[in-house]
Ligand binder design. Structure first.
Ligand SMILES: [Zn+2]
Length: 277
């Protein structure tokens, strides 16, 4: 499956998602997989994989992706994951490699919330805690942008050149969250990681939508549409991509419910489902 493709503010996201079935996304730049579902062809070329947790609808595809990379002669991928699952993930990769009669090369890097790693030039990934039934983490993709210092906004080219010649620093660096990814999580994430409200793009699960499942979210460590309604005033994102819908709903029902219950955020919502309507 090649997935749904979206582009915002220079960032391309491709993916497919249904709760319990598969969830995977590819983000360019920098070529980063956010979970791998049961394995998907667009993920094979990404040198970095962020695995939010070990549930198989998010993680089963790891050996397949690594095996495809090997067949294509690509370098070993780096797999970031919650530190508590490193040993199991390494065993999983090693046993799968034995079955496949291949050395599935990967560098597995366990992260704690708050830790970050560089992903090429001017981009880094920072992990944060999620609240699920197993160890689970989200991540921010943070970019550094350079521009003239604020106080030089009205200066002419000649003035800036003169300052540079005099040895003054005229450029400043700004970090901002380009994308936040929340894999499976309960609603506590809205208080534990409020920076997600300021990300340019928010890629986040919303598993349940109807009244009969109101308590399911907190119980199973997932989000309910009501959680979004409760926090509607805080979303300052340019785009909110909702994913991981329960198989009990049709995708078009979901999109209709979101539009009717969150009218103030109209135009911000996008969806990555599994291609079914
Ligand atoms: Zn899960």
């Amino acid at each position: 499956m090649r997935g749904v493709a979206l582009t915002f503010d220079g960032l391309a996201i491709r993916g497919a998602s249904r709760a319990g079935d598969q969830s995977w996304y590819r983000v360019d730049p920098p070529g980063l997989a956010l979970d791998v579902g049961r394995g998907a062809e667009p993920l094979v070329g990404t040198p970095w994989i962020f695995l939010s947790h070990g549930h198989l609808d998010h993680a089963l595809g790891i050996p397949w992706v690594l095996s495809q990379r090997r067949l294509q002669g690509l370098a070993a991928a780096t797999v970031f994951c919650p530190r508590p699952i490193v040993a199991d993930l390494e065993r999983f990769i090693s046993v799968a490699g034995r079955l496949d009669d291949a050395d599935l090369d990967a560098e597995v890097v366990g992260l704690e919330p708050g830790e970050s790693r560089e992903l090429g030039k001017d981009l880094r990934l920072e992990a944060f805690a999620l609240h699920h039934t197993v160890p689970s983490m989200g991540c921010h993709l943070i970019r550094t942008q350079r521009g003239l210092k604020d106080e030089l906004a009205g200066a002419t080219t000649e003035e800036v050149a003169a300052l540079k010649r005099a040895g003054a620093e005229v450029v400043s660096e700004r970090e901002s969250i380009w994308l936040t990814y929340c894999g499976d999580t309960g609603p506590k994430v809205f208080s534990s990681e409020p920076r997600l409200f300021g990300a340019k793009i928010l890629l986040i699960e919303c598993t349940f939508i109807d009244h009969s499942t109101r308590r399911h979210g907190a119980r199973f460590g997932h989000l309910h549409l009501n959680d979004f309604v409760e926090h509607a005033a805080h979303f300052a994102n340019d785009a909110i991509v909702l994913t991981h819908l329960s198989r009990r709903y049709r995708q078009h029902e979901f999109e209709h419910e979101v539009a009717s219950r969150l009218p103030a955020l109209e135009g911000k919502f996008h969806f990555i489902g599994d291609g079914e309507t």
